[in-house]
Ligand binder design. Structure first.
Ligand code: GLN
Ligand code: ZN
Length: 769
């Protein structure tokens, strides 16, 4: 197959690159600066060195147009707030005194001033700082950072394209500043913001930018006609300025939908669209609007969010189709490479048979360059790369790791009965009540107790070989003893073992399941200087042996009260991992669910009467578009039920989620058919209890009465008050008493006092019933 060369030679580009450096130099420099151990000059120099190294890496790999301005000391949305002068009043003095310290004060707060709120960047695990705006916000252009980085890249002789958060997305991601009416819509500030963007664009053009990219991922979400009008207005305004560079409006994470015709008609010079499977609808939609005559199309064909090699032939086919639809077609990753680790070549411990399936940021740039070459010069010129890619893909498809016949046969044989409890809730709750003999308003916790320095030291000692497994397990047992004896003294009703053996609620299970891999250098930014190393779900999932049973049964051996088994649910196991892309998520979730189902069965057989399966990620992986929610929620709730429905009627299944706003998934929560759900509720004063009641949620629930995000110890009176509020929505027979979430980040003294308050509150309110 030989595609004919494109009219204009295709360029390879990316929208952003991992910031941290191969040894996480940026994290170390920034944290060193916070501690006063690294000077501002040294931090600036580290950052400049990293940027230069990354641009050079990109250029060496064959990227024709490198991004600038995507680099950040903390977060690019915060950088955008600085760029448009949207500094909250409470931070103005600090910013005026010292721009860098003021910047970090906005990100992290100080003793006296609260930081900006942080929230998830679309459906990724990256978190941004939410801009705070109000009717009095005055925007002012500060293009210094953008201009400086553009000049740095150009000084290296590179073709560079500044990347900015677009004005519509910026406003749609903002929230009313404290003290501003909650119904204030930041988008109403658009007319005030556009001149500031126009100024920044003019500055960038003056500094030598031919193209500037404006990221508008908010347009892949369901948008109102008013939002779309705002987008049309924004790009008509910016596009008709004469002193501007060429404008590339970028979208990613999903299809553009109704926003596509709006942008296609706008007087801008190019659009970047996501063409990965999740956004495949963009292809037909683009054809339907008649393509982008006279415009540049940047085609995101290499998935910027997963860590797997691309199917180059498939991408070439997509690119070939697109050639007829625009003036020129360039090749890109679907989104910034910020969401993937830096370099798979650093992974020396991964079996080379598997390592060849991996593409981190660095490998993806090579793929892009290859695709651009194939597109411009004909596929003959990349014949060797195509052959190698075909062989790598075939080795993955034929691997025993990705295809375990026993796992597949079992998953295929799952029936409707397997995802249903043998009795309806109304019947089994009676059996559970008899079996467990709990008081009204039973007290419990969410699972983890403080992860102390001693526990972390024990894990480090084990890794370093200073203690052996037996010595480590001895320390874990001692911790469990302490946790259990404290809970008995405090008078809790359903105990936990405290999760001292878990480094992380996903990693702990990933390490024990066949089909998962760990990386050594696979860091991705979660927020600021926090980087995580998600496990890699690479193959068919099976459970060679029980994962939690001995710790739970050990804890149970120490007490007469029920000890709750504690597992991480299938949706969360997928959400916080890099998941294989060679089969539907539903199928992968089903495999994980079956492994968990076996764990649940083993716990039950070992005498565990209460088992909690945590699903904090159920809501966060909700697709960006409402039309996709039902399909997602169907497989997600099915997987949860598959993992939990094999138990006897008198075994009580709990689940837990960490948030207070879940109106859009309340039906899905109901569909989980868990006997008990615990949720965060303290800060919202039991709002979740009212929402569950409004929905007619028929089962038991524990809206939290202790805010674990704060070191503050609630008084018995406060907790009792919250319980009374809860009782107005949920009857006493169905109300549980628990904290908002796990206690692993808290200290023992606070936890002791807080749980004592919680038990005291439960006793007080019970006496009032
Ligand atoms: N069982 C876990 C814990 O208590 C749940 C954590 C979570 O919801 N994120 O730590
Ligand atoms: Zn939680």
């Amino acid at each position: 197959m030989t595609a004919k060369p494109a009219a204009a030679a295709a360029r390879a580009t990316v929208y952003g690159y991992p910031r941290q450096g191969r040894h996480r130099e940026l994290k170390k420099a920034v944290e060193g600066y916070w501690k006063g151990k690294v000077t501002a000059d040294a931090l600036t120099e580290t950052a400049r060195t990293l940027r230069r190294a990354h641009w050079q890496q990109l250029a060496d790999a064959g990227i024709h147009e490198v991004p600038t301005g995507d680099f950040s000391y903390y977060d690019h949305v915060l950088d955008t707030s600085v760029m448009v002068g949207a500094v909250p009043d409470r931070h103005r003095a600090a910013v005026a005194a010292d721009a860098l310290d003021g910047y970090f004060a906005m990100a992290r707060g100080t003793q006296d001033v609260a930081p900006l709120e942080m929230t998830k960047w679309f459906d990724t695990n990256y978190h941004y700082l939410v801009p705070e705006l109000g009717p009095d916000t005055v925007f002012t252009a500060d293009s210094a950072k953008q201009v400086a980085e553009l000049k740095e890249a150009r000084a290296l002789g590179l073709t560079a394209r500044p990347v900015l958060v677009g004005p519509v997305t910026y406003l749609l991601l903002s929230k009313p500043a404290p003290g501003v009416a909650a119904d204030f819509e930041p988008l109403t500030l658009l007319d005030r913001l556009l001149p500031v963007y126009a100024q920044v664009l003019a500055d960038l053009r003056a500094a030598g930018a031919e193209w500037v990219q404006l990221d508008e991922p908010a347009l892949v979400q369901d948008r109102t006609p008013a939002d779309l009008n705002a987008a049309a207005r924004a790009y008509r305004e910016l596009g008709t300025r004469t002193d501007r560079p060429k404008l590339l409006v970028a979208s990613y994470f999903d299809r553009l939908g109704d926003a596509l015709p709006v942008l296609a008609k706008a007087p801008v010079d190019g659009l970047a669209l996501d063409f990965t499977d999740a956004a495949a609808a963009n292809l037909d939609a683009l054809a339907a609007v008649g393509g982008l005559p006279g415009k540049r199309l940047v085609a995101g064909v290499v998935n910027g969010r997963n860590i797997w090699i691309n199917d180059l032939e498939k991408s070439l086919a997509t690119l070939g189709t697109l050639l007829g639809l625009a003036d020129r077609v360039d090749v890109a990753a679907s989104c910034s490479l910020l969401h993937v680790p830096l370099d798979a070549a650093l992974e020396r411990d991964i079996d080379p048979q598997i390592a060849r399936w991996l593409a981190f940021a660095r490998q993806k740039t090579t793929e892009l360059a290859t695709l651009a070459r194939g597109l411009s010069q004909g596929t003959d010129t990349i014949a060797a790369e195509l052959a190698a890619n075909r062989a790598d893909l075939a080795s993955r498809a034929n691997s025993v790791l990705t295809h375990d016949p026993a796992v597949r046969a079992r998953a295929a044989a799952v029936t409707e009965a397997d995802v249903r409890r043998s009795q309806a809730y109304g019947q089994r709750t009676v059996a559970q009540r008899t079996h467990l003999g709990l008081p009204l308003l039973p007290t419990t916790t969410i699972g983890s107790f403080p992860q102390t320095d001693e526990l972390r030291a024990a894990r480090a000692d084990l890794r370093a070989g200073r203690i052996d497994t037996a010595g480590y397990e001895e320390r874990i047992r001692a911790e469990i003893q302490e946790v259990v004896s404290f809970q008995e003294q405090a008078g809790l009703d359903v105990l936990v073992h405290g999760e001292p053996e878990r480094n992380d609620m996903v990693q702990y299970f990933a390490e024990q399941l066949t089909g998962y891999l760990a990386t050594r250098h696979g860091w991705v930014q979660s927020y600021g200087t926090r980087y995580v190393r998600p496990p890699v779900l690479a193959g068919d999932i099976s459970r060679p042996e029980p994962m939690t049973v001995r710790w739970t049964t050990y804890a149970q051996s120490l007490t007469e009260r029920p000890v709750k088994g504690m597992l991480t649910g299938p949706v969360t196991m997928l959400a916080w991992s890099f998941v294989r892309d060679d089969q539907p998520l539903a199928q992968t979730a089903r495999q994980v669910a079956l492994a968990l189902r076996d764990e649940v069965a083993d716990l039950e057989a070992a005498g565990t009467s209460v088992i909690q399966v945590d699903e904090p990620a159920l809501r966060e992986t909700l697709p960006l578009r409402a039309a996709d929610h039902p399909a997602y929620l169907a497989w997600a709730t099915d997987a949860f039920r598959l993992s939990t429905s094999g138990v006897r009627p008198d075994t009580q299944i709990h689940t837990h989620m960490c948030y207070a706003e879940f109106g859009d998934i309340v039906q899905a929560i109901d569909d989980l058919d868990a006997d008990v759900i615990s949720l965060e509720a303290t800060r919202s004063h039991m709002q979740v209890a009212r929402e569950l009641a409004a929905h007619g949620y028929p089962r038991e629930a524990g809206p939290g009465v202790y805010d674990i995000h704060s070191p503050r110890v609630p008084s018995p009176a406060e907790a009792a008050d919250l319980l009374r509020t809860g009782l107005r929505a949920i009857p006493a027979e169905r109300l549980w008493v628990n904290p908002d979430c796990g206690l692993k980040t808290r200290d023992w003294p606070e936890v002791r006092a807080s749980l004592e308050s919680l038990v005291a509150a439960a006793r007080t309110v019970r006496a009032e019933l």
